[in-house]
Ligand binder design. Sequence first.
Ligand SMILES: NC(=O)C1=CN([C@@H]2O[C@H](COP(=O)(O)OP(=O)(O)OC[C@H]3O[C@@H](n4cnc5c(N)ncnc54)[C@H](O)[C@@H]3O)[C@@H](O)[C@H]2O)C=CC1
Ligand SMILES: O=C(CO)COP(=O)(O)O
Length: 322
Amino acid sequence: MRIGIAGAGAFGTALAVTLAQAGQAVTLWARDAEAVEEMRRTRRVARLPEIELPEGIEPVSELSSLFACDTILMALPAQATRVFVTEHAGALAGKVLVACAKGIDLHSLTGQTAIISEAVPSATPALLTGPSFAADIARGLPTALTLACADDGCGAALQQALSTPTLRLYRSADVIGAELGGALKNVIAIACGACIGAGLGDSARAALMTRGFAEMQRLAASLGAAPETLMGLSGFGDLVLTCSSELSRNYRYGLALGRGEAFDSHMTVEGAATARAVTDLAAARGLDLPISAVTARMVAGDLTPLQALDALINRPLKEERE
Ligand SMILES: NC(=O)C1=CN([C@@H]2O[C@H](COP(=O)(O)OP(=O)(O)OC[C@H]3O[C@@H](n4cnc5c(N)ncnc54)[C@H](O)[C@@H]3O)[C@@H](O)[C@H]2O)C=CC1
Ligand SMILES: O=C(CO)COP(=O)(O)O
């Protein structure tokens, strides 16, 4: 298996580092030729400046080098994947394409693997997701993720090839469930950050995580996910990590909203677009997802965190299981 990674941001680089340290040769592609030249010279990447790139990583800016690989990990931001795979559908034909982004595409309202399948029908789509910060993976801290693939043989081969001494992969055939868990938890993480940033307390955050998880389960079930997948690493596991750590950009973005502060617009915050996508999906399916809905309105600047709280806490009382 010849592994290429599209996107030399934090996550793409972290995966390249752990794979190279485990002895794999990795082609790491970035679109910016100058940045790649700098990576070659310094063996460092801007998004993970404290990490030295091992020898096994070849940074490239030529797409032909990336397309020479048979297995490509797609580590671009979620909203960039559709354009990339559509533009390069011919070169990607027949390849194994592993989606690593966590977000719902705003244009199609589908997950990353559906975008891949639509643009490149002959590719085999898979998904790598679960609780992990790029910095932890790159530093060699222990991490467990989900490798989801509808094709069992391909899933097993990817599980073997992408596991390293510090990165343990569990296999799943429920691609839809795994990708929804990873995408939807980012929306709830923004809500939790806003809650803490606005000084509403840890009890309110626990309520948001729990009721937010109920929303994730509701939407995922309506889109065909297996309930147990949401209980695993890609759903519950990643929700816990992202809603409770200031290493999360989604959580930090929420904190800034809660405090009324500005946030770095160059930072990848997947939950912002996905909150809008979730609102559209919920409307189309007649689902009530109040936390996701007020989060989308906070992101759009239509509600302050305190107005969002007001909207949530004054809803009609109901049974917990509803
Ligand atoms: N950073 C983390 O800890 C983790 C990130 N992820 C997921 O990985 C995905 C990527 O995140 P990061 O690497 O952290 O983001 P990042 O912001 O560090 O890197 C994204 C990279 O993609 C490049 N890029 C953006 N648009 C592009 C386009 N149209 N064509 C080509 N390149 C483009 C950027 O220049 C940048 O190098 C996100 O969906 C995120 O949720 C998943 C697990 C952990
Ligand atoms: O997905 C992640 C952790 O599993 C990374 O979270 P952020 O994108 O919020 O930084």
